[in-house]
Design a protein around this ligand. Structure first.
Ligand code: FPP
Length: 245
């Protein structure tokens, strides 16, 4: 579609597309003397809650960072536990997500993922493809630089084949090859757990996003706190490079 700057379209002036870096699961678990995966399981509950709360606040697009291209560096136990968790979540939630009008899609490089996981990802995308109440996009094996590199490769193939004039290539052209081609740009990016960095998340798409870095660890991030953050967004002045009126 486009990476043109989006403006909030909700009646309350709230964000239309919210992207979340769900950080702090490991620390949450460790502070309770539990293995890190315990925190990821607790994190899933929050994903469900925030997805459910989104339409109440006019959030039409919710994008969550579930697994980065760098997360493979974690222990084998944690990586395989997370992969199993994703598959279980997709399978067990499919019916509810369908009934609640959620359209589920994934961004990231799927080719490195296990075939069984890829299968359930394809299935839920197809199952929910007619839904339009809220669009949940899960970034899985996603990295912003990797995405731009993969998009550039696909674009280069089109240019080499003579289907795209290289002199016509602009931001809109490249955006069409990004994983997020079906999404508007995020208006608001939230990161939990007190870390103030973007960790390779939606680098291109967040050029004009507002950022909120929240101290709460992801498994403690409630629908009430989500509502507070969204209300704060409505008070910000977004200028997109222009000056105030
Ligand atoms: C970051 O916390 C979290 C992750 C890498 C995994 C996020 C995954 C979930 C919340 C599971 C559910 C998601 C879906 C969509 C099914 P961390 O492990 O880096 O925490 P730490 O910084 O405290 O170590």
């Amino acid at each position: 579609m486009t990476t043109a700057v989006t403006t909030p379209e909700t009646k309350s002036g709230g964000p239309r597309h919210v992207a979340i870096i769900m950080d702090g699961n490991g620390r949450w678990a460790q502070s309770r003397g539990q293995p890190r995966l315990f925190g990821h399981h607790a994190g899933v509950k929050r994903v469900k809650e925030i997805v459910r709360a989104s339409p109440d606040h006019g959030v039409k697009y919710l994008t969550v960072f579930a697994f980065s291209t760098e997360n493979w560096k974690r222990t084998q136990v944690e990586v395989s536990g997370l992969m199993k968790l994703f598959r279980r979540y997709i399978q067990s939630e499919a019916r509810d997500l369908l009934a609640e009008g959620v359209r589920v899609r994934f961004i990231g490089d799927r080719l490195q993922l296990d075939a069984k996981l890829r299968k359930v990802m394809d299935e839920i995308e197809l199952l929910t493809s007619k839904n339009d109440r809220v669009h949940l996009t899960v970034a899985l094996n996603y990295g912003g630089r990797d995405e731009v590199a993969r998009a550039t490769k696909r674009l280069a193939i089109e240019v080499a084949a003579g289907r795209i004039d290289p002199h016509s290539v602009d931001e809109t052209t490249l955006a069409r090859f990004l994983d997020t081609c079906f999404l508007p740009d995020p208006d608001l990016v939230i990161r939990t757990s007190g870390e103030a960095r973007i960790s390779n998340f939606l680098l291109w798409q967040s050029a004009y996003a507002e950022y909120e870095f929240i101290n709460t660890l992801w498994p403690d991030f409630s629908a009430a706190e989500f509502a507070t953050v969204l209300a704060g967004f409505g008070r910000r002045e977004r200028r997109f490079g222009a000056v105030s009126a």
